[in-house]
Design a protein around this ligand. Sequence first.
Ligand code: SF4
Length: 364
Amino acid sequence: MTTKHNWTKEEVLEIYNKPIMELLYDAATVHREYHNPNQVQVSTLLSIKTGGCPEDCGYCPQAARYHTDIEGNDLMSVQQVKAQALRAKSGGSSRVCMGAAWRNVKDGPEFDQVLEMVRTINKLDMEVCCTLGMITENQAHRLAEAGLYAYNHNLDSSEEYYKEVISTRGYQDRLDTIGNVRKTNVTVCSGGIIGMGENIEDRAGMLVALASLSPQPESTPINALVAVEGTPLEEQKPVSIWEMIRMVATTRIVMPQTQVRLSAGRTDMSREGQAMCFFAGANSIFAGDKLLTTPNPDVSEDMEMFKMLGLEPMKPFVKKAQPESVEAQYSKYKDQGEKPRWTRPEHKIERNEQAKATAKAAKA
Ligand code: SF4
């Protein structure tokens, strides 16, 4: 079956706004054509370096400029990461996703340490994903050689609304990083967040942007904003379960082969709500009691829910063979000490400026 890449915003909106029963039926039908509806992939998200980020993403408690009670941490050791990965594996996870609060990857000892983490987890026969900010083509190759399975870099929202949330890098930077990952055999994980104040057109715009990538992302996280105190988006109202179901179902229809991930915001969803999302085509969750810094349901609760719904955790490497890890000394791609020039649009976003000023006043 050929995948459609030229969705228009109008077509996507038409799907999103269908009567819910029709939307669910259509999405579930597509889901069954491409996936086993009783299997859900389970990932564990690990914050390997927390807080102190120079970016100004309006939703993020890890941005240094806002006043949140996040405890910052330096880069974890390889041994710490290995211990956490083994714990995740015994809890049913097939993938570990390592997140670092960086603007972009810098060549040097810290990146070398991350590459060693990738090799270590890959050798545990788990899928390894990283989300480290913007990366160059050479860095993407180095991650691929270490055995990386997926790289996450979200588009967050539509190109138009992105400018209302982030001023320290542009949409094109996001697309360029995804393009760099695509030059390797690492799969792409890219999605976004709903509930940031965007309208339905923006949600459709984001899906058009993701669906027009060729190939489409192998994995697409759909996050519901977790409004954290101290961030510019602290007062956003939670999204309703119906918005989440509509977004999941629409994503499933426009990107039939992607793994649609139920990500942040699951603690506010009932089991019935989550079951509807699985029916609408979600086939992945993040497990573990924390999603980087925000709360997430306990693993045992998730496994209980799986049992109740007759779902089973997907085994690793079902979609793509396990990459081989090349040891550092045999690597073809070397540390280039690059100082890539990612853009800094630096337009002003009033609510981000206000949150920054409040944080400054609180620290004074
Ligand atoms: S989302 Fe990522 S890049 Fe943006 S502030 Fe948070 S850690 Fe930094």
